[in-house]
Design a protein around this ligand. Structure first.
Ligand code: GLN
Length: 427
């Protein structure tokens, strides 16, 4: 019996990019309005007509409507370490309620620089290489706005974290996708080389990777570094999951390879390492001129991240090494239980090497596509996930997958797994 789509909607960036648009002789991804998501009001700028609302965040709202366990948007259902919340309360009481310096409170920049040296091996001068932002989301957008001229190309590994689509569109970048191939998310070196052209301006890397869980190996990073150097490309690397790596692996920052420190913007933040996604404190480490450019963009986007929370972030960055070991251990245990549960439920997936997501293939079940399956899960089994198409330039490429995330208490994961067991009733 074929299971019909309960709700279908197109996702994916540039899905309809090849539709001819008025006045455009050669429609391109960066110029075509997506008819399927158009806001029908002529006052709205073209750029906003090219990407939908975030599917990840939309699924969180749909989860609430159905009382579903939310394994869609990646955030914990547990609290940050008490050291953070105590420090935030002290900061609120203690004179940090006005703007900080736009690119970040000095205390925090000092703490970030210390940590970057100790953990990542990156030398960062707090005075010239650091920009504190409203989450790594702003850091990424500010980086792109500071680097891209209309039509410049951005190499992006696919599947990619949803935000990079709108980041490219708003900044005017033309994406060149390089596939990470199911099921092990390997990258074909020839495809990577072929993605670099004389228009390539940036490469966006996310390791450990959302949504695949891939942790880029040192030799892959070396290849990426060589290509960036050969083509004079800036790497913008989102390393927000750097402490969530499994099986004894160790995170490697691209900026530490070869001369990449001169051409890498390393983005990070409090959200994932300290379970404080709502604080919106992130940062970028960049060569002096690029940091300078980002400071200008950042200043006029947001002026600054919340000052008291920046001060509290110093307490986060001062936690002992044992905190990070325990974080990785705890997530690895969750991964093991969760992946087993998904497989027992009939889904195909590999244990991720890092981050807290699992892309799963549902071929065994008779659903038309990822949206049909995701809507079945949220409406009938009350487990919310993200349709795989959200992570691909062409939604068709993601139609066999959904993304689960496991940054949840053990009892929440157990409840989700027990609900998913009802998939056995699907013929
Ligand atoms: N990074 C998380 C995810 O992929 C949350 C993103 C967000 O909503 N800012 O789900």
């Amino acid at each position: 019996m074929g299971m019909r789509a309960l709700k279908r909607r197109p996702t994916g960036f540039f899905a309809r990019a090849d539709l001819p648009t008025r006045g455009a002789s050669i429609p391109t991804p960066s110029s075509a309005v997506r008819e399927d998501i158009a806001i029908r009001d002529r006052r709205v700028a073209d750029r906003v007509q090219k990407f939908p609302e975030s599917v990840i965040r939309e699924m969180t709202r749909i989860a609430a409507l159905h009382g579903a366990v939310n394994l869609a948007q990646g955030y914990p259902d547990f609290e940050p370490p008490q050291e953070l919340t105590e420090a935030a309360k002290r900061a609120l009481d203690g004179g940090y309620n006005q703007y900080s310096i736009t690119w970040g409170a000095r205390e925090l920049r000092d703490a970030i620089a210390r940590r970057a040296k100790a953990f990542n091996g990156i030398d960062a001068d707090p005075e010239s290489n650091l920009v504190v932002t409203c989450g790594s989301t702003e850091a990424m957008m500010a980086a792109m706005l500071s680097l891209i001229n209309e039509g410049d190309e951005a190499v992006i590994f696919e599947p990619f974290y949803e935000n990079y689509g709108p980041d490219a569109i708003v900044s005017g970048a033309r994406p060149r996708y390089v596939r990470m191939a199911w099921p092990d998310w390997t990258v074909d070196e020839e495809s990577l080389k072929a993605a670099f052209t004389d228009r390539t301006k940036v490469l966006i890397l996310n390791t450990p990777n959302n949504p695949t869980g891939k942790v880029f190996a040192r030799d892959e990073l070396r290849t990426i570094a060589d290509l960036c150097t050969d083509h004079d490309v800036v790497a913008v690397t989102d390393e927000i999951y750097e402490h969530i790596v499994f099986d004894g692996a160790r995170h490697v920052s691209l900026a530490t390879i070869g001369d990449m420190a001169d051409r890498t913007i390393t983005i990070n933040g409090l959200s994932k390492t300290y379970s404080a996604t709502g604080w919106r404190v992130g940062w970028a480490i960049a060569p002096k001129t690029l940091a300078n450019a980002m400071r200008r963009t950042h200043d006029f986007l947001t002026v600054g991240a919340p000052h008291p929370l920046q001060i509290a972030a110093v307490a986060a960055l001062s936690l002992p090494e044992s905190y990070y070991a325990e974080l990785a251990r705890s997530y690895q245990a969750k991964r093991d239980v969760f992946v087993r549960g998904l497989r027992d439920a009939g889904l195909d997936c590999r244990p991720p090497g890092g981050a807290y997501y699992v892309m799963a293939e549902f071929d065994r079940f008779p659903f038309d596509d990822d949206w049909a399956f995701a809507m079945y899960l949220v409406e009938r089994l009350r487990v919310a996930v993200v349709p795989g198409s959200s992570f691909y330039g062409d939604p068709v490429e993601g139609r066999r997958y959904v993304r689960f995330m496991f940054s949840k208490r053990d009892e929440t994961l157990r409840e989700a797994i027990s609900r998913l067991a009802d998939l056995r009733d699907v013929p």
